[in-house]
Design a protein around this ligand. Structure first.
Ligand SMILES: Nc1ncnc2c1ncn2[C@@H]1O[C@H](COP(=O)(O)OP(=O)(O)OP(=O)(O)O)[C@@H](O)[C@H]1O
Ligand SMILES: O=C(O)c1ccc[n+]([C@@H]2O[C@H](COP(=O)([O-])O)[C@@H](O)[C@H]2O)c1
Length: 213
């Protein structure tokens, strides 16, 4: 483990935040002995517009994270126009923390499999390590372009400021925001897939309940 505490980020649409995200981020913080920030995307690059707007998704995140301080929110993507490219976020974080501190981009195994389609994806590794979180049901393997690139970059732990791929074993939780949105659309309440605090304020989940009307 590096002597400087790594900074790790989990970016996401969080439409809405759920226990799959939270537990993954929590266990990554433990495994890497890292500070972990959740980074909501204002305009996620590779998907249709989210159901809830950025302010609504951040309000849910704040409710979900209340009562603990290991996981925090970093809202820098909300201040940028255009697609929320991760390479821009990592460049901005690197400028904040300087060249030495390890930086880790956390991604689920599904997101990792698509990494070679991301904007300037090779540059991600100049700014950060990539930490891959296992996800139930994900069977995609890295396409050849990605597999070739990461060959020789695998690491068991955080070593140096950037540039490696680290597999992080987490408790598999088969929870996805898509299924939560589908549950709301079907008129059911997906309680216990996301924190109860998200249900405390009626207005927080209103955009999702509206799917069922
Ligand atoms: N249950 C989970 N286990 C591990 N990683 C997860 C899990 N859910 C989401 N992630 C990861 O968290 C990041 C943000 O995910 P995102 O906000 O797209 O949630 P999602 O549940 O995958 O949403 P959707 O179903 O709308 O695609 C991605 O890197 C994704 O792979
Ligand atoms: O930078 C890119 O080109 C890029 C392409 C796809 C996804 N991402 C980021 O990956 C994270 C997870 O994306 P999503 O769509 O699964 O929520 C989120 O932070 C996105 O901004 C980034």
């Amino acid at each position: 483990m590096s002597s400087v505490r790594p900074l790790a980020i989990l970016g996401g649409t969080f439409d809405p935040i759920h226990h799959g995200h939270l537990r993954a981020a929590w266990e990554a913080a433990e495994a890497l002995e890292a500070e972990v920030r959740l980074v909501p995307a204002r305009t996620p690059p590779h998907r249709p517009a989210p159901v809830a707007d950025a302010a609504g998704r951040v309000a849910l995140l704040r409710a979900a994270l209340a009562g603990q301080d290991r996981l925090t929110i970093d809202t820098r993507e909300l201040d940028r126009d255009g697609p929320s490219y991760s390479v821009d976020t990592l460049a901005s974080l690197r400028a904040d923390i300087g060249p030495e501190r390890p930086l880790v981009l956390l991604v689920g195994a599904d997101a990792f499999a698509g990494l070679a389609s991301w904007h300037l994806w090779r540059e991600l590794f100049t700014f950060a390590h990539v930490g891959v979180l296992n996800r139930p049901g994900v069977t995609h393997t890295a396409p050849p372009e990605l597999a070739d690139f990461i060959a020789g970059r695998r690491s068991e732990r955080v070593h140096g400021a950037a540039g490696t791929v680290i597999d992080i074993a987490i408790t598999p939780l088969d929870i996805a925001a898509t299924a939560i949105r589908e549950a709301f659309a079907a008129g059911s309440e997906p309680r216990f897939l996301l924190p109860s605090a998200c249900f405390d304020d009626e207005s927080l989940l209103a955009p999702y309940r509206a799917l069922g009307r």
